[in-house]
Design a protein around this ligand. Sequence first.
Ligand SMILES: [Zn+2]
Ligand SMILES: [Zn+2]
Length: 560
Amino acid sequence: MKKIFIGVAWPYANGPIHLGHIAGCYLGADIFARFHRLKGDRVLMVSGSDQHGTPITVTADREGVKPSVIAERYHEINSRALVDLGIEFDLFTKTSTEGHKREVQDFFLKLLENGYIYEKETVQLYCPHCKKFLPDRYIQGICPHCGYEEARGDQCDNCGKILDPMELKNPVCQLCGTTPEPRTTKHMFFRLSALEEQLIKYVEERPYWRSSVKNFTYNWLKSGLRDRAVTRDIKWGIEVPVEGWEDKRLYVWFEAVMGYLSASVAYSEMKGDPKLWKEYWDEGMDAEHYYFLGKDNIPFHTILWPAMLMAHGGLKLPDNVVANQYLRYGGEQFSKSRGVSIEAGEVLKKFSPDQIRYYLAASMPENRDTDFTWEDFERKINTELVNALGNYVHRVLTFTYNNFGEIPARGNLSEEDEEALQVLKKTLDRVENNLEKASIKDTIADIIELARFGNNYMSRTAPWSLIKEDRGRCGTVLNVNIAIVKGLGVMLAPFLPSTSKKILTGIGERDLRWDEAMVVPGTGFKLKKTEPLFHKVRIEKESFPEFERLNLRSGDVISV
Ligand SMILES: [Zn+2]
Ligand SMILES: [Zn+2]
């Protein structure tokens, strides 16, 4: 039994999460967690709303409300959407809790004590019209790396590079459009440069990272590490626990990643076992640490967070950092602000969680950006989920129910039956192997392929002819088919939890573990009449208010 810690990127609580987020990190993490739970491993999976920082205050300014109103509103909406999609966190919390604040301030003081935090005078952009220093997202300008014109002060959405606002060309104040001017102020800095050698060694020791993650990280390391400010001139956020710093707050990049640790501590407290988190986090423990995130989050998890953990000492560093590319829509990156968005909550009103999970798993942008289209959604659901998987399971169970009423016994196996069970066994092994590597897309394709094979085996062995000639042989063939159905039920559990449950309870199984997938189905179990697992979806030219509001092409509109 292993101990698996899974940290999933913290969504900014400044808007509803959309399909890009789900495909980017939440679904993959959930599948990975469910797989390990199914294997009997101990899993701790945490995340939460990132409620501080400028993304929230920018939205609050725009709506004329307090930042906490925005932060709480989207924490509620997003928590619910994740639950409704069956994303099962051990704890999905938020950065505005007292517990998080306490952990962050303790962590900061430890870094200060260890000599990794220092104070420095710095030049920052100041808006003479708004009469204030402008933190990152309050500044927009041209990216010095790729020339993108709407780069933000903290990061370029186009090339993903992390920026310092001073690097932007033609910077303007987001609030009033004025060109800001550089002025002197003071901030606390994290001595990242001192950790360069340790970080290079750390990355070299993890050759199993996806190549996109490695490349991005090496490029950053190659360009040299500079110390980074950990405080900001902003009122919304966690106070700096040092006298004389009352008007500044800890910078959100620095504070939010600590949520992985503070959420683990909070989970321990919730379980009434305050030391539990140490079993996952103490350096000496044999826990494995996985992080799931979108590619724009790579440097925070492969460089900054490991560096902070090194500076702190005594805590586990990330093992695998599983970053996906983007799911795009109409050739563009999902973006609420640009009106390119399909909100998770809206899609859940039209489709079942398993339909959505299936599509996103089968299209997961693991190695390249992937385009979402409603045509593709319809095609994948109808040909793969309905025709291949649903049809096979329904065919087997309905025929067996009509002719035997129960799971028939398995007699002598023919060569063809042996081969079918071999195919099942090999698929199970491959799926297990791939899931260990958090490879989702190929794995679900493999499972669908097994359903296609099952359909084929069913047709070749033709139980509808056998029933008239040799009832015993017919029972054997059906028993082998039900063994495949059972294997499918187990393998689908991480991907399509409610479908898996339906399949397995239909054949008298519950709470199966991964290693029980090959056990011969329970002979004599009384079957019930089964309903089809899925229905086809089709695109119709009728209204779908949410998508219309976003000015999508008419005709791209959907109904069940
Ligand atoms: Zn201004
Ligand atoms: Zn750029």
